[in-house]
Ligand binder design. Structure first.
Ligand SMILES: [Zn+2]
Length: 111
């Protein structure tokens, strides 16, 4: 089983409030947002959203930012753009803006 390689952090008014990482756990919220019935394994973004939603009120999400990055086996930062299911979930929760690392390991804005 592969180690987690994708990490997501949610910041509320600049303070980190929740983190997530990809895993082989199946998850009902992931299943809800999966764009394919096989894609039910927990993604970093969904885990972070779940954890943040235990702390924050729904209205608080418009003051939140998510950062997502992916590490290769050699420890380099690489492409971590959210999949369509995670992007839909992020937009549903109403985050203010989202950053992910691109192929060059630099931050890029999803929206
Ligand atoms: Zn995803």
């Amino acid at each position: 089983m592969a180690l987690p390689s994708i990490f997501a952090t949610i910041y509320y008014k600049g303070m980190p409030v929740a983190t997530g990482q990809n895993s082989y756990k199946t998850d009902p919220l992931q299943k809800k947002w999966a764009n394919h019935p096989d894609k039910i394994y927990l993604h970093a973004e969904i885990e972070a959203l779940k954890r943040a939603s235990k702390i924050l009120e729904p209205d608080d999400f418009r003051h939140t930012v998510m950062q997502i990055y992916r590490l290769t086996k050699s420890g380099d930062t690489t492409m971590a753009r959210p999949c369509s299911g995670c992007e839909a979930a992020i937009r549903h929760f109403g985050l203010d803006w989202v950053l992910y690392t691109n192929w060059e390991g630099q931050w890029e804005r999803l929206f």
